[in-house]
Design a protein around this ligand. Sequence first.
Ligand code: COA
Length: 260
Amino acid sequence: MGLGSVIYRKEGHAAIITINRPEKLNALNENVLEDMKASLDQAQADSNVSAVVVTGAGDKAFVAGADIARLSELTVITARDFVERGQALFDRIEKFPKPVIAAINGYALGGGSELAWACHIRIASRNAKFGQPEVNLGVIPGYGGTQRLPRLAGRGIATELIVTGRQIDAETALTMRLVNKVVDMEQLLPAALELVESISQRSPSAVRFALQAIDATAQLPQDEGMKLEAQLFALSCGTADHKEGTTAFLEKRKPVWKGA
Ligand code: COA
């Protein structure tokens, strides 16, 4: 389905969201953000979707950042709304109840890097380039970069990347543990879809609880996180999937998940 700025399609158990402004290197504007939100609504509501893959159209860019033409017009008054919209979408991705995999197919700069940092899992093609170049434009990252990147890469690496604005290639991002895997471009989507198919074999409710528990590591001290883990573990033991998963193991058969 084409929403204008985004293509939404399904393959196997995956919902694939492709940001589709290749002539502007998939730069993010209001339409892209709106269309991504509508795509996430569909993926969330569809019980056949086990996980989401986010990628960019073409083989040059994942997302080359927020739209600089739009950025140039912002004032102190309008800027707040501009960043809060992007932050709200990326927060939704981070808290999405199904895994969201970024398939990074080229430049991931500014808001493009921040989109990747918000996803649960990142796979990059060899030509991918990451960076937070906002300091070159007289601004700071505004879609979560100053908050998520230090948590992912540690404060020293994040500070270096943010205050120099320098780009790093996929292999460097791998050594910084910013991406899970680097593959050839033609393997990018197959690698993401392979992960989705693996996830689709697991209990959907357990996957959802696991995402919730992992997300809490960004907000909670460890002892509070342990309490949340105990609560979610207890809840998972009240699901039909718990009954089915354990029974199927003992009966030496494959489980048939209910997702509840
Ligand atoms: N916002 C708006 N338009 C953008 C864009 C962005 N973030 N990034 C690229 N584009 C546009 C270019 O203006 C150009 O449009 P045009 O053909 O109408 O002139 C088109 O996309 C192609 O980009 P171009 O710069 O010609 O490609 P390149 O291969 O020479 O360079 C980049 C690629 C990614 C290095 C370069 O486009 C760039 O530095 N982009 C901005 C990155 C950035 O600072 N992002 C953070 C924003 S907060």
